[in-house]
Design a protein around this ligand. Structure first.
Ligand code: COA
Length: 160
């Protein structure tokens, strides 16, 4: 069994994340989308809300599951018997942070490989914080997130 972990904050999940999940689902027997709390970020959605939003977004892939973890990613990956960590690279600006993280994770657990996938070019500019900001200012995010996510953001911000 080839198992991959796709970790992230997913606050909220976007079409860019979903693109990566779809690609990973064709490469691995099982993909676990794992929600982590990034200590430097304050989340709009709770863990339970993010799990529900991701579940709805990935239901067409039978081999994709959702989980939440605390502590080191490599320890969580080892518990799940995962061979790989998937990360998305949208632009060159992602590279430095991702490169450092991949090398740190390798230093911590050499047997778990980080694999970088590129989402479709049309999602290069998408990030969760930009989606939150645009939606909170009543901008149209329908091309960036699925309908149910757009609805959930609007509800959070009390937007009709
Ligand atoms: N499409 C759209 N947006 C994407 C994307 C894609 N394919 N891939 C990443 N992003 C965006 C996210 O929306 C997010 O945007 P935001 O900053 O505006 O919210 C940003 O890129 C990066 O977020 P994410 O991929 O969720 O990573 P992160 O930096 O929030 O979290 C973890 C990274 C969870 C993997 C990392 O913190 C971790 O491993 N934590 C566990 C503790 C640990 O092991 N630490 C040691 C690490 S070496």
């Amino acid at each position: 069994m080839k198992i991959a972990i796709y970790p992230g904050t997913f606050d909220p999940i976007t079409f860019g994340h979903i693109d990566i999940i779809g690609r990973a689902a064709t490469l691995f027997d099982e993909v676990i989308v794992a929600i982590s709390q990034n200590s430097e970020k304050k989340s709009l959605f709770s863990d339970a809300e993010r799990i529900a939003l991701i579940s709805e977004s990935v239901k067409k892939w039978q081999n994709v599951s959702i989980d939440q973890f605390e502590g080191l990613l490599v320890d969580y990956a080892a518990i799940q018997k995962a061979n790989a960590i998937i990360r998305g690279l949208r632009a060159l600006s992602d590279f430095e942070f991702e490169f450092k993280m991949a090398l740190m994770n390798r230093a911590l657990k050499d047997e778990i490989t980080t694999l970088f996938l590129m989402p479709h070019a049309k999602f290069t500019h998408v990030s969760s914080s930009l989606v939150r900001e645009v939606a909170s200012l009543k901008g149209d995010v329908s091309s960036l997130v699925p309908n149910h996510v757009e609805l959930a953001i609007k509800t959070k911000f009390n937007i009709e």
